[in-house]
Structure formats: C-alpha cells, structure tokens
Design a protein. Sequence first.
Length: 499
Amino acid sequence: MSAEPLLLQDHLPALQVVVPLLGSVVVALLRQGPAAWVVTLVCAWSMPLIAFALLDQVMTNGTISYALGGWPREVSIEYRIDQANAFLLVLVSIMAALVTTYMPRSIADEIAPERQGWYYCMYLLCLCGLLGMAITGDAFNIFVFMEVSSLSMYGLIAMGRDRRAMVSAYQYLVLGTLGATFYVIGVGLLFTMTGTLNLYDMAGKLEAVENTRPLIAALAFIGVGIGLKLALFPLHLWLPNAYAFAPSAATAFIASTATKVAVYILLRIVFSVYGVNIAFGDTPAAAALLALAIMAMIAPSVVAIYQANVKRMLAYSSVAQIGYIMLGIALVSQTGLTGGISHLFNHALIKASLFLAVGCMVYSTGITRIEQMAGIGRTMPATMGAFVLAGLGLIGVPGTAGFVSKWFLITGAVEQGLWWLAAVIVFSSVLAMIYVGRVVEVAWFREPSGAAVSPRKPPLEMVVVTWVLALAVVYFGFDTDISAGVAGDAASLLLAGYR
C-alpha cells in the first residue's frame, strides 16, 4: 500500500503552535537583537497566513479536529478549530504581526542590547502559548499553554527599563500562579466527574452529572482562575502596573491579545462545555457576572480619570473594557454575546493603537506623565492624531468600531427590558470621554513645554503601524461583516454548545 501524501494544509493546526515555538529556540541561540527580530518577524507574519487558511477551511468544511500523534481523540491531545477560535486565532496572529513590525527600534531604545535577544525569545514563547490556548480542545493542555504564555509574559514585563517593572512582574507572577492553580483544581474536579480532559467529550458526559456539587465547584474554581488571568474586576490588581512599566511594544501586545484569549477560554468552558442551562440556569452565575461587569465598567473608569501616568490610565481603561465583554456574556443572549465577542475584537484594535501611539511618544520624548505631554499634539501631530482617533473608538463615538459593539450591548440590554443597564453603558462611555478628553486637552490645547518642545522623530514603521490600527478602528465602525458578522456566528455556535 502506498503511503498517503503529506499535505501541508492538513497540518496547519500544529504549525500554528510549532512555528513560534521553534522560532523562540532559534532566537535564543542567536541572541543578537537585529537577527532575533528578523526571525521573530518571519514567524509572526507566517501566523496570520496559517490562521486565515484555518478560518477558510472552517468556513468551507466546518469544524476541524486534529488529533496529535495519530491516536484517537479520546486518548490524545486534540486541536479543535471552529468559527469561534478561528476568529480568535486571526485576531491574535494579526496583532502579533503588526506589533512585531512596530517594535525593533522601540525595543532597541528601551532594552539593553544584551537582553534584546531574550526579549524576542519570550515574545515568541508568549505568542505560542496564546495560540495554543486558543486552538487546543484539551482542558489540561489549556493549562500547559497558559503557563507557557504566563511565564514568558512575566519575563516581558520584567524587561521594562523602570525598576518597578520587576515588582510588577513579581505581582503578576503571584496572582497568575493563583489563577492557574484555581483553574487546574477546577479541571481536576471535571476530570474526576467525567473521566476525560477532552472538552468535546467532557460536554457530552456532563449530562449524567448535572446539578452535582463538584460540577458547580469546578465552575467556580475555573471562573475565579480565568478571572484572574483576564483581569476581571476586582481580580485586576496585577494589570495596571504590568501595563505601565512593561516595554511599550510588550504592553501593546499583551493588552491586545492576552486578556482576549483568557476571555475566550471562559466563553468556551461556560457555553460549550457546561452549556447555558447548567452554567446559568442552575446557578446565580449570570447575576454575579452582571454585577461584576457593571462595577468593572464604572469603578476603573473613575480611577482612570485621576491617573497621572498615561499608560496606567489606559490600563485601568482596559479593566473597564473587559467589563463590557463580561456584560455581553452575562446577558446570555445572541445579541448580547455578539456585542461581547465583537468588543473583544474591537478593543484589541483600539487599545493596541493607543499603546503604540504612547510607545511612539516614549521613543521621542521619554515621557509618560500626562502633565508633561503639554502641546505634544502640535509637535507630534501624526502620533497624537492616531491617539485621538483610537480614543474616539474607546469612547464609542458613532463611526468607530467601539460604537458597534456598544450598540449591540445596549440592544441586548433593551431586548431584556433592562433600560437602566443601557443607561449604565452610556454613563461609562461618558467617563471614557472624560479621561480621553483630559489627554486630548493637555496634548492639543496647551503650549508645548519640556521634552514635548522638540521631540525626536519616531521611526516611520512605528507611526505607520499605529495609523494602520487607528484607521482600522474607523473602518470596522462601518464594515461590520468581520467584527459583528463573525462574532454573531461565533455567538450562535457558543450558545448551541458542544451537545
């Protein structure tokens, strides 16, 4: 018998993880910053190609099941790709590729030459872990990739030039370890009840053990563990310092990808494995999540208004935006979940553009305090113009991507007769307008002073990537086929569950 030909497209799921993993090994051996960046760039830009190919296969042929090692799914690690995580793979891959294009001179400016190779190694390992979490269909394998991404993320944060970056990385390590521990305890309980770690098989076996206390306890452990990873209020204490003191490019990458992957894991386990009836019908989870989402939308936004450091301001804003995503989950409806998933996509674009604009400013002036940004809009109009455009998306101004997802959330709330919740969403957007407006007022309506008078010109690639994302914020405010359209399909898939 002749052996079947090896087709590359049949092994794209494995390549999505293996390419950045092998790339990190090559970079660790090279250690030289410029050469390491070239390898990282090649690996990063190959990821969207693979992700789009996987999305095309899913849209054409349906769900992809890829069992590693050639063994049956029941005794092997399965990579399982459907519209929900194919959408996420595309998002993470594109953000990684764009940030990689942006980063060489930013990293050369913020990190010592002897450490740059290790930075790129950690960057690729983090990308490998995030993509692995998104693509795997095995609950314990999620934990393995979670640790790969988290450990490398600690390293990325610690490489910030401010000494407080080390403390921030240590804080994240402690809380991240707690989150991973809670998650794996929950998975252990599920394995005890079902006898499998495969998410698809697990969903089918939960019917026989519904309403049992270990099942609900497992959901609580997993919810708290993932809540720490995605920085759900009030489990967000690690995030402000991590974003504020990490290298600028690392902050943009983490903010646009890491919390989004954690949200996906929560979505997958709650909706696909447990199902709506168990997760929300037999527990007060929806009410608790709604309360936490509302607090997340309001409290961090208020704190952001009073921040002196622009990166910390944007960090607290990220906690608030996670609240919007959680609100979509808590509504437990097609419209609400579509709004939450589309905001996952839109917020990645918005926050990456904002942090990359700040990175340009840090490269040119070295300042991050808002009061020192007086007049910088006049001396760096291209950079701060992109900041304003992305800031409008953060507020949710009509014609931007942020408006689209907030509209779905408001519609989802109104459909359930929760008019007061629609008012809360609008109020939180007003708070966003205040803290974004504060930066705009200082940057554009005051006379230049200090380092903002004659800044160093930022490299072209940094400005171009920042504007690509800022323009994408506007583009997806009008063309919603990809953001809201695919998000709607993913919402339907998640609500249907694996059963």
